[in-house]
Design a protein around this ligand. Structure first.
Ligand SMILES: Nc1nc2c(ncn2[C@@H]2O[C@H](COP(=O)(O)OP(=O)(O)O)[C@@H](O)[C@H]2O)c(=O)[nH]1
Ligand SMILES: [Mg+2]
Length: 459
C-alpha cells in the first residue's frame, strides 16, 4: 500500500499552452472517483481504454475530453491514475484544474511528485527516475539515447551488481567471525583482497569517465588562437549566426563567448575566447587568462592558426595541445598557398590540421566531420561500462571507494587488538550503503527531495 494513501495529486502534464491537447494527470485514491463525478459515463469504462465524454460540473460543460484510467498497481505511480486529455487552452485547463482541486483530499502536485510516488511504490529506482527526468529534458539525440538507457535500468543494475558483490564479500567476512583464529585464512580462501582490488579498479574507471555527465551537460569545445586568427569567424560559421563580433581589430573578443550547439546528436558548449598575446591592457590580459582557463577545462580544443602569419605564440599554443583532444585549423588558406606550413608539422602530425578559408561556408564540410569523429571518440570510453551521469553518482562512488581502500589498509596491516573481521565488516557495510544510496536501496529520505526537486511538474 502506498505511503501516500490519502492525498490525490493533480497537475497539467503538458506545457507550452495553447496546444492542441492539454493533459491533466491525477494520481491517488480519489483519482477515479473524482473524474467519475464529472463524467458519470466514465464509471462503466474499461481500464486503460480511452473514453470520449463531456466533463460537467454544476450543470455546466467544462470541456469535451478523452479520459483514460490506470488502476493501481498497474500505473506509472503504482496508484490509481487518470489522464484527462482536454483542449489545450489556458482557460480550459485552469477551469478543469480548479474544479478538480475543489474536491476534498485533492492537491496540486509538487515538482517530480508523480515520479517520487513511482519510486516510493517500487516502480523505479532513483537512477531510473533520473533517467526519466533526463529523457524529458533531452535536447539532442545522444542525450535521448543515454537517458533511455538509464531509464531502462542499465546504470541502476551496474550499481546493484556492485552492491551485491560487496554484500557477498561481507557475508564471507561475517562468516569468519565465528572462527577468530582463522580469520585471515578464511578471507584468503575467499580471495577477499583480489576481489576488493578489482572493485576499486572498477570504481576508479567509472569515476574517471566523464562522458556520461558531459553528455547531460554538454561537451565543451574551446576555440583558441592569436588575435585575428579567425576564432570569432569560426564561431559564427559553426553556430550559423552572428554569435561573436568579427573584426580585423585585434583584441575585439575580450571575454569567453559561449554558445550551444548540437553536433551529430552531441550537446556542445562552444567557447570563443579572447586572442592570446602579450598585452599591457589590464582587461585584455584578464581575457587572455580566461582563454587559458577555458582551454584547460575544455574537452576539445580547436586551435586556429592564421596561416598567413605564424609566429612564436602559435608555436607555444601548439605545445599545449593534447593528442586526441585537439584539432588545428589553418585559417586564411585563401590568402596563402593552400599548403600546411612546415612549422605546423609539429610532433609528427599528431594533430589533424585542416586548411580553411573561414569566410567561406563550405569550410564547415571539412570541420564538422572532424568534430564528430572526436566527440564520438570521447564518448566511446563510456559505452563499455557504467557511466555515471551526475555528480551525485560520482561522489557516492568516490566515498564507496574510500571505504574499500580503508578495508584494504586494515587487511594489509591488521590492528592486533581488534578482530580484523569486525573492522572489515564495517567498511564493507558502509561501502554497500553508499552504493545503495545511488539507486535508493539504502535509506535515502534526505536525498529524495534533492533528486525530485529538479523534475518538472506533472512528472
Ligand atoms: N581571407 C580570410 N579572412 C579571414 C579568415 N578568417 C578570418 N578572417 C578575417 O580576419 C579578421 C579577424 O577575424 P576574427 O574572427 O575576428 O578573428 P579572432 O580575433 O580570432 O576572433 C576578420 O576581418 C575576418 O573576416 C579566412 O579564413 N580568410
Ligand atoms: Mg574574436
Amino acid at each position: 500500500m502506498s505511503i501516500y494513501n490519502k492525498t490525490t495529486i493533480i497537475a497539467v502534464a503538458t506545457s507550452k499552452l495553447p496546444a492542441g491537447v492539454g493533459i491533466i494527470r491525477l494520481s491517488g485514491p480519489k483519482a477515479i472517483e473524482v473524474t467519475e463525478s464529472l463524467a458519470p459515463s466514465f464509471k462503466n469504462e474499461k481500464n486503460r481504454f480511452m473514453h470520449y465524454c463531456e466533463l460537467v460540473h454544476d450543470g455546466e460543460v467544462l470541456d469535451k475530453v478523452m479520459v483514460v484510467k490506470f488502476k493501481a498497481p498497474h500505473s506509472f505511480t503504482g496508484e490509481d491514475v487518470v489522464e484527462i486529455h482536454c483542449h489545450g487552452s489556458t482557460a480550459v485547463l485552469n477551469k478543469v484544474t480548479d474544479v478538480l482541486l475543489s474536491f476534498e483530499d485533492v492537491a496540486p502536485a509538487d515538482r517530480g511528485e508523480f515520479s517520487k510516488r513511482a519510486f516510493m511504490n517500487g516502480k523505479m529506482d532513483l537512477t531510473e527516475a533520473e533517467g526519466l527526468c533526463d529523457l524529458i529534458t533531452a535536447e539532442t539525440d545522444q542525450q535521448r539515447k543515454q537517458a533511455l538507457k538509464q531509464l531502462d535500468g542499465a546504470l541502476g543494475s551496474q550499481f546493484e551488481n556492485w552492491r551485491q558483490e560487496v554484500m557477498h564479500l561481507l557475508a564471507h567476512v561475517e562468516a569468519s567471525l565465528d572462527f577468530p583464529d582463522e580469520e585471515l585464512e578464511i578471507m584468503e580462501q575467499a580471495n577477499l583482497k583480489g576481489k576488493v582490488e578489482a572493485l576499486i579498479a572498477q570504481f576508479d574507471k567509472a569515476i574517471s569517465q566523464k562522458a556520461g555527465q558531459r553528455l547531460r551537460e554538454g561537451f565543451s569545445i574551446a576555440i583558441i588562437g592569436k588575435p585575428n586568427a579567425g576564432k570569432s569567424t569560426l564561431t559564427n560559421l559553426l553556430t550559423g549566426k552572428d554569435t561573436a563580433i568579427v573584426s580585423d581589430i585585434a583584441g575585439t573578443t575580450r571575454d569567453v563567448v559561449q554558445s550551444h550547439l548540437d553536433i551529430a546528436g552531441f550537446p556542445v558548449v562552444l567557447q570563443d575566447t579572447a586572442g592570446i598575446r602579450q598585452t599591457d591592457d589590464v582587461i585584455e590580459a584578464e581575457g587572455v587568462k580566461r582563454s587559458y582557463k577555458s582551454a584547460e577545462l575544455a574537452d576539445l580544443l580547436l586551435l586556429v592558426v592564421d596561416s598567413s602569419e605564424i609566429n612564436n605564440i602559435d608555436e607555444d599554443l601548439l605545445k599545449q595541445l593534447q593528442p586526441g583532444k585537439s584539432i588545428i585549423l589553418s585559417s586564411k588558406s585563401d590568402l596563402v598557398d593552400a599548403k600546411i606550413p612546415a612549422s605546423l608539422n609539429y610532433q609528427d602530425n599528431e594533430y589533424k590540421i585542416i586548411d580553411v578559408n573561414l569566410t567561406d561556408d563550405s569550410s564547415l564540410d571539412k570541420v564538422f566531420p572532424e568534430l564528430e569523429t572526436m566527440l564520438k571518440a570521447l564518448f566511446k570510453d563510456a559505452e563499455d561500462g557504467a557511466f555515471l551521469t551526475r555528480k551525485r553518482h560520482t561522489n557516492a562512488v568516490i566515498e564507496a571507494k574510500a571505504h574499500l581502500e580503508n578495508a584494504m589498509k586494515l587487511y594489509n596491516n591488521p590492528v592486533v587488538a581488534f578482530s580484523l573481521a569486525d573492522l572489515l565488516a564495517q567498511d564493507l557495510r558502509d561501502c554497500a550503503a553508499k552504493i545503495g544510496e545511488i539507486t535508493g536501496k539504502t535509506d535515502v529520505e534526505d536525498l529524495l527531495d534533492l533528486v525530485f526537486s529538479t523534475f518538472c511538474i506533472g512528472k
